[in-house]
Write a protein that binds this ligand. Structure first.
Ligand code: PMP
Length: 453
C-alpha cells in the first residue's frame, strides 16, 4: 500500500530522510565514536537490539539523571523511554543510589541472606499481597522459574499464551496465531522445536477460545500481562479478567500475571488496583530501581502444593535460580525502591502527568484529523498510528506502522525528546516534569503538522 497510518509513504520517507540528516548533524562526536559499529562486538553492538533503534546510529549516551539523558555530543533529551521501564522511577533515584553506595563497600554477592533481604520479604508481601517470594535477576528468568513451578504442581505439560504476548527470553512463549493457526513466531533464531506442541495460543479478550483451549485439562498455566503492552497496547475489555480467573480456576489451570510493564499502574501493580487474583505474580525491570533484579511470588495454595511436590523428589533437585540472584546489592536496591521510590505519592505524580499527556496528544491527533489513537495504563502512554481501541494481538499487529513510527521517533529525538523504540511508549517517572511533557506535546504537534500537511 502507498499509505501507512493514514500517511503517504513518500511523505514518511521524506520526513525520515530530513530527520536522519538533522540527527547526524547534531552528533559528529557520536558518529565518529560509533563508527560503523563498536569494535569487538558481534554486529557492532553489545546487545543486538541496540541496532534496532530507528536513529541512523545508536545515541551514544554520556549520562542520565532523573528523566533526562545526555549524549556524548551534549544533546539533552527528555527521556520518556526510561530504559523501556527499567528506569520507570527515574534514572538513579536518590534512595537507590544511597543504598548501592552503602552496599558497595560491604560485598556484592555472597549467597547468604541479609537484613535487607528480611525487609524485602516483608515489603513484597505487603506491596503485592502474595505470601511467598523468590528473587531472580531478570523478568525472563522469573517467568521461566515460575512456569516450572506451575508445571511441577499441576503435573501438566502445557502453558497458554495470548497472541502477541511478550514475556522475555522464555522460549516456550514464542507461539503466535498465523492466519488463525498456532505457529512458532517468525524469525526465532536457533529454535528447532515445534513450540506449538506444548503451548496453546488464543486471542486476548476471547473467553470462548480460552475455555476451549483449557478444556483438555492439560494446561498448567496461563501466562499474561494484565494489559498487552508489547505490541500496540491492548486493554482488557470489561469483564475479561473476571472471565480469565473464572475459566482458569474451573480448568485447574494456574494464572501467572506478569506485571513487568503494567507496574506503571500503581503501587502493587494493575493486580492490586483492579483486584486481580493471580496464583503467580512476576515483576522485573524497575523493581530494584535499575539494578538487575526480579521477583516472583506464589499464592499460599501454590506454595503449599509446591512444598508437597518437593517432598516427593530426590533432594538436590536444583535447576531453579541462578548464582548471582538474591545478592545483597539487589536487596539493598530493592529495599530502597520498595520503601522510598515506589510510593503512592510518586505514582500520583506519574499518573497525573500521564493523564495530561494522553489528553493533549489526543487533541493534536484530532486537530490534524489523523486516524490514530492513544492508550494508557497508569503512567504509561502510547500513541498508535491506527484507530482504536485494539481488542487483541492480531489487531495490534495490524496497527503497527513501522516506517511511520521510525520517522516520528527520530523527529522527536531531534526535538529533544526520547520515546521508546518499536512501540511508541512514553513513560512518566517521578522525576518527569510538566515542562518535559509540554516539550513532548509540542514536538509531537510539530511532527503531526508536518505529516498531515
Ligand atoms: N515480561 C514482560 C511483560 C516484558 O515486557 C519483558 C521485557 N520487555 C519481560 C518480561 C522480560 O524482561 P527482561 O528482558 O528484563 O528479562
Amino acid at each position: 500500500s502507498t499509505i501507512q497510518g493514514g500517511i503517504h509513504r513518500e511523505h514518511i520517507a521524506g520526513l525520515r530522510e530530513r530527520e536522519a540528516a538533522a540527527f547526524r548533524a547534531a552528533r559528529p562526536k557520536s558518529e565518529k565514536s560509533f563508527g560503523s559499529g563498536l569494535t569487538g562486538f558481534l554486529g557492532g553492538v553489545p546487545m543486538h537490539w541496540m541496532n534496532d533503534w530507528p536513529t541512523p546510529f545508536p545515541i551514544m549516551a554520556e549520562c542520565a539523571k532523573g528523566a533526562t539523558i545526555t549524549d556524548i555530543d551534549g544533546n539533552v533529551l527528555a527521556d520518556f523511554c526510561l530504559g523501556d521501564t527499567g528506569s520507570m522511577f527515574g534514572h538513579s533515584p536518590a534512595p537507590v543510589v544511597a543504598a548501592i553506595r552503602r552496599q558497595s563497600e560491604r560485598g556484592l554477592t555472597y549467597m547468604l541472606p541479609t537484613e535487607d533481604a528480611a525487609a524485602v520479604g516483608r515489603l513484597l508481601v505487603e506491596t503485592f499481597g502474595l505470601p511467598f517470594w523468590q528473587i531472580a535477576t531478570t523478568a525472563s528468568d522469573a517467568n521461566r522459574f515460575a512456569l516450572r513451578v506451575a508445571r511441577a504442581v499441576t503435573g501438566r505439560p502445557k502453558i497458554l499464551v495470548f497472541n502477541g504476548c511478550y514475556h522475555g527470553a522464555v522460549d516456550e512463549t514464542f507461539v503466535r496465531l498465523k492466519s488463525g493457526q498456532p505457529a512458532n513466531k517468525a524469525g526465532l533464531a536457533g529454535e528447532f522445536r515445534d513450540l506449538t506442541e506444548n503451548t496453546e495460543v488464543v486471542e486476548f479478550n476471547d473467553t470462548p477460545a480460552l475455555e476451549r483451549a483449557l478444556s483438555g485439562g492439560d494446561v498448567a498455566c496461563v501466562i499474561t500481562e494484565p494489559v498487552l503492552t508489547n505490541s500496540c497496547m491492548v486493554l482488557p475489555e470489561d469483564g475479561f479478567h473476571a472471565d480469565l480467573r473464572r475459566v482458569t480456576r474451573a480448568a485447574g489451570t494456574l494464572l501467572l500475571i506478569d506485571e513487568t510493564h503494567t507496574i506503571s499502574t500503581a503501587r502493587g501493580g494493575y493486580t492490586r488496583r483492579h483486584g486481580l487474583e493471580p496464583d503467580i505474580f512476576v515483576l522485573g525491570k524497575p523493581v530494584a530501581g535499575g539494578v538487575p533484579a526480579s521477583v516472583w511470588g506464589l499464592s499460599a495454595e501454590v506454595a503449599e502444593r509446591y512444598e508437597r511436590y518437593l517432598s516427593t523428589k530426590e533432594p538436590g533437585y536444583s535447576g531453579i535460580g541462578t548464582t548471582l540472584s538474591a545478592n545483597p546489592l539487589q536487596f539493598a536496591a530493592m529495599r530502597a525502591t520498595l520503601e522510598k521510590v515506589m510510593t503512592a505519592e510518586n505514582y500520583e505524580h506519574m499518573e497525573g502527568l500521564a493523564v495530561r499527556l494522553q489528553a493533549r496528544l489526543l487533541d493534536v491527533i484530532a486537530h490534524h484529523s489523523l486516524p490514530w489513537h492513544v492508550a494508557r495504563v497508569g503512567a504509561r502512554v502510547e500513541f498508535i498510528c491506527a484507530p482504536g481501541p485494539l481488542r487483541n494481538g492480531s489487531e495490534a499487529y495490524a496497527a503497527q506502522a513501522p516506517e511511520l513510527e521510525a520517522a516520528i521517533h527520530v523527529a522527536l529525538v531531534n526535538r529533544g525528546v526520547l520515546i521508546a523504540p518499536f512501540h511508541n511508549m512514553m513513560l512518566i517517572s517521578p522525576a518527569t516534569t510538566g515542562g518535559q511533557v509540554d516539550r513532548l506535546v509540542a514536538a509531537f504537534g510539530e511532527v503531526a503538522a508536518e505529516l498531515a500537511a
